[in-house]
Design a protein around this ligand. Structure first.
Ligand SMILES: Cc1cc2nc3c(=O)[nH]c(=O)nc-3n(C[C@H](O)[C@H](O)[C@H](O)COP(=O)(O)OP(=O)(O)OC[C@H]3O[C@@H](n4cnc5c(N)ncnc54)[C@H](O)[C@@H]3O)c2cc1C
Length: 439
């Protein structure tokens, strides 16, 4: 498909309209930030009042991955389709045209986006392309570890756990030994790694019972390079989290830096080796290469995130707004940055949608973006959780688990996905998790 470039060439920051007098807004990425942008834009400037604006949203999938529940896909609690939120119908409801395309380049000097099948001109561009996995250049990570970033990743991890169990049961029966086959190692003790480890421990315990495999002794190991898990959350929270995981039977390796991963072993700096071929990587992300391509002083060299001003615009290219994980936004004057979370992405998307709609209507809306920290919530297995509220109060146990479930159910935007996830939770909590997987 070759898209006809309909906009006239425009200068940066210039609201030049296209040949038929429309201002063209192009949104790249319809994840948390892009979807929140479109919803807020539509609310501020409803479809019936905007004949003079053309809206296009581009994404290479037609669904949003509800990432907070990915670890539950990986551990047989929810099904992958149930956390894939369709975006195409929502987007057209908001009056945007949806193009399922892969973006390969942004040219801010010519106001053009290049996709696999053609180019799209814009007057205003919104970049919300999210992140990719970062292997930090460690040998063997890309080849021998399994990331948890996409729906497919969740499905692959679940299948790997189930296959490892099936293979180990046969091998133990035939040869009497399983040699690391049931050692499951998660590298990266951030929120995703911690939730994955807690849920994986319960999953393998259930499988051990199902297979009557008492002799197999599966292990779940969580490796973290720093001296504490989720260090930024404060000492009390980290300590409680670490104690909780240890009491659940998870082996915690702190201050442990991975030097190399091979097909059957992890080598730590200092020489320790762990025999396993089940290695899961949740240690970090880097900015999307398309966003990072903007280059020059606009991009932070270390993170690849685009540096934006307090109105989320790129200095020097004021017709480009960056939101979500791609944006590097100073949250305070003390060198702290808005975190790369879905909660922050939604706040940024809402702010930018309202702001751009006001700007197009030449109503100046001058309040800069301000981030509100919603606190931290972790689900740590059946009826167990740990939360730190905005006020600093820490909740643990059943109340934290319930709060986590309710908040996430509310955040899922479609009724159908809510019902599907709720029914998966009921079955996986009170009956059993998936023990078959997709073969
Ligand atoms: C396992 C996991 C668990 C998480 N849990 C939480 C949590 O509990 N709470 C929380 O607040 N945050 C959580 N996060 C972080 C959260 O997912 C991100 O911060 C959030 O998704 C960022 O939103 P975004 O809109 O910037 O990017 P995304 O939501 O990733 O959206 C980016 C979109 O761009 C599309 N895209 C990318 N490249 C291209 C391209 N070249 N062409 C076309 N389309 C493209 C993608 O398909 C995607 O739809 C988690 C992340 C992971 C990986």
């Amino acid at each position: 498909m070759k898209l006809k470039a309909s906009s006239m060439k425009s200068e940066n920051g210039d609201k030049t309209k296209d040949k038929i007098g429309k201002t063209k807004i192009v949104v790249l990425g319809t994840g948390f930030a892009g979807s929140a942008f479109m919803e807020a834009f539509n609310r501020k400037m409803p479809v019936k009042n905007r004949d003079d604006v053309e809206l296009i949203a581009v994404n290479h999938t037609n669904y949003l991955t509800f990432s907070p529940l990915l670890y539950e896909v990986a551990t047989g609690q929810v099904y992958e389709h149930h956390i894939s939120i369709p975006v195409c119908c929502n987007i057209t409801d908001h009056g945007f045209r949806f193009l399922e395309e892969e973006i390969i380049e942004v040219n801010p000097w010519r106001n053009v986006v290049e996709t696999r099948h053609g180019s799209i001109k814009y007057d205003h561009l919104v970049i919300a392309l999210g992140t990719e996995n970062n292997d930090f250049g460690i040998e063997g990570v890309a080849e021998h570890t399994m990331p948890l970033k996409t729906i497919k990743d969740g499905e692959l991890i679940r299948n790997r756990i189930l296959k490892s169990f099936r293979d180990a049961v046969s091998e133990e029966y035939m040869n009497g030994s399983v040699d690391g086959k049931l050692t499951f190692v998660i590298i990266g003790g951030g929120a995703s790694g911690v939730e994955l480890a807690a849920s994986m421990k319960e999953y393998v315990d259930d499988l051990q019972l199902d297979y009557r495999a008492d002799a197999l002794a599966p292990r779940v190991v969580l490796i973290e390079a720093q001296d504490h898990l989720m260090k930024g959350t404060g000492g009390d929270f980290s300590n409680r989290l670490e104690n909780f995981l240890k009491e659940s039977g998870i082996e915690l390796l702190l201050n442990a830096k991975v030097a190399k991963v091979t097909g059957d072993e992890i080598l730590l700096q200092g020489g320790t080796a762990i025999r396993t071929s089940n290695v899961f990587w949740t240690a970090g992300v880097k900015s999307n290469p398309v966003a990072a391509m903007l280059g020059g002083s606009q991009v932070n060299k270390k993170s690849g995130r685009i540096i934006v001003d307090r109105f989320l615009r790129v200095p020097g290219f004021e017709n480009i707004t960056v939101i979500g994980d791609n944006a590097l936004i100073a949250s305070t004057g003390q060198g702290e940055f808005v975190p790369q979370t879905a909660a922050a992405a939604v706040q940024e998307g809402k702010y930018a949608g309202k702001k751009l709609a006001a700007m197009i209507r030449e109503r100046e809306d001058t309040d800069p973006f301000s981030y509100k920290d919603p606190g931290i919530m972790l689900s740590l297995g059946k009826f167990k959780g740990l939360c730190k509220l905005r006020s600093g109060i820490i909740l643990s146990g059943f109340s934290a688990w319930l709060a986590w479930r309710l908040i996430h159910l509310i955040k899922i935007s479609t009724f159908r996905n809510k019902v599907e996830v709720l029914s998966d939770w009921v079955f996986s909590t009170f009956q059993r998790r998936d023990v078959i997987g997709s073969q």
